[in-house]
Design a protein around this ligand. Structure first.
Ligand code: GLA
Length: 399
């Protein structure tokens, strides 16, 4: 009993003493991260090219903002003063110059480190250097820090993330803290006072519903990730986001699967962080990623995380209330054959008890908008009929 009380006290005191910058990430951050495609094989030219593509491909215009360098940007050793240094071969001009390049394009810049002694890929971690590292990031004009959880031995997660959060506050530059402890310590229960987003699962992989083992850990496909956590949606809201990991859109699934993946990340109010090589992406991939009507669902000001309505007969139906008493509904066909849907509005009670919102189809007729095809799609006075291709999504706004 004493032990439980003590643990509770430690948790309460660390939560109470945690701080974070107000006003950051009022809607889920949109951006790109190097890890899914490049792992540690990153360099300065690559990042500059990505920044250029943000502009020329219209991704910046669609709302993408953060360019985040994941693991592998550092030299293997700190310098004589204990400061982190960029790998001199990969980043000969240094990190500040790269941040300046990205800022000059009106974009923001992020870096990665880890709460352990070393990062997951074996570079110097921040443990014991939190305040020093935060100061360095601020001096380099970093805007976003992804903070990982490898090689942490038995340290306390709330304590470790609180220390880094407070170090960022002390350094004085508003930096988003992206917590990445894979959901191991249920961050949706405590991370909202420390960071702006927190990973809810282990690593994603580019498949529809597979799981790939790597010895002591495994990575999960899109639907494994979606199904891994229950009852966490209440934690989401402005400045607090459940992070379902960097996206795999454009990384080898079908275009239909990519559309469904993208739709689901927007429904879940996950940060939308591209993880593909946008330099060589197909027009279809860019079309999916830059779909402003779909992105608007993710960026809706209410910040209410969507949830599963039903999943009978291999048809996933997800709903999300948005501003102005409107709703978004996504139908995803899980079957290996196209499916025809007949959705009779009068037979379904669409509502969100947590947020006290209802779709009142019996009282009024709502208009329907097909968000992927940018078309009006009739209204709720008639049964909704359409055909959805294999693993594709039909995503509508009802307003
Ligand atoms: C962990 C994270 C990944 C990535 C790698 C880098 O696995 O979950 O997203 O940052 O580390 O080594």
């Amino acid at each position: 009993m004493k032990k439980i009380l003590f643990t509770l006290l430690v948790i309460i005191s660390t939560v109470v003493s945690a701080q974070k910058f107000e006003g950051l990430a009022q809607t889920p951050p949109l951006g790109w991260n190097s890890w899914n495609t490049f792992a540690t094989d990153i360099n300065e030219q690559l990042v500059k090219d990505i920044a250029d593509k943000f502009v020329t491909l219209g991704l910046k215009d669609a709302g993408y903002e953060y360019i985040v360098l994941d693991d592998g940007w550092m030299a293997k050793e700190r310098d004589a003063n204990g400061n982190l240094v960029a790998d001199p071969v990969k980043f000969p001009s240094g990190i500040k110059a790269l941040a300046d390049y990205i800022h000059a394009k009106g974009l923001k810049f992020g870096l990665y480190n880890c709460a352990g002694n070393t990062t997951c890929a074996g570079y110097p971690g921040s443990r014991g250097h939190e305040y020093q590292d935060a100061k360095l990031y601020a001096s380099w004009h970093v805007d976003f820090l992804k903070y990982d959880w490898c090689n942490t031995e038995n340290i306390n997660a709330i304590g470790a993330y609180t220390t880094m959060g407070n170090a960022l506050i002390a350094a004085g530059r508003p930096i988003i803290l992206s917590i990445c402890e894979w959901g191991d310590n249920e961050p949706w229960k405590w991370a909202g006072t420390i960071g702006q987003q927190w990973r809810v699962t282990g690593d994603i992989i580019n498949c529809w519903d597979c799981e790939v083992g790597h010895g002591s850990w495994s990575s999960s496909g899109i639907w494994k990730i979606i199904n891994m956590r229950k009852d966490i949606r209440k934690a989401a809201g402005p400045s607090n986001w459940n992070d379902y990991d960097m996206m795999e859109v454009g990384n080898g699934m079908t275009n239909a699967e990519d559309r469904s993946h993208f739709a689901m990340w927007t429904m879940l109010t996950s940060p939308l962080i591209m993880g593909n090589d946008i330099r060589s992406a197909t027009p279809e991939t860019i079309k999916t990623l830059s779909n402003k009507e779909v992105i608007a669902v993710n960026q809706d000001k209410l910040g209410i995380q969507g949830f599963r309505f039903t999943n009978e007969n291999d048809l996933e139906v997800w709903i999300k209330p948005i501003e102005n008493n409107a709703w978004v509904i996504s139908f995803v066909n899980m079957k290996e054959v196209p499916v025809e849907i007949n959705f009779d509005w009068t037979k379904h009670e669409i509502g969100d008890n947590v947020n006290n919102k209802q779709l009142k189809v019996k009282e009024k007729t709502y208009k329907i908008r097909d968000l992927f095809n940018h078309k009006d799609f009739g209204d709720t006075s008639k049964v909704l009929k359409t055909t959805i291709g294999v693993h594709d999504v039909f995503m509508i706004k009802v307003y």
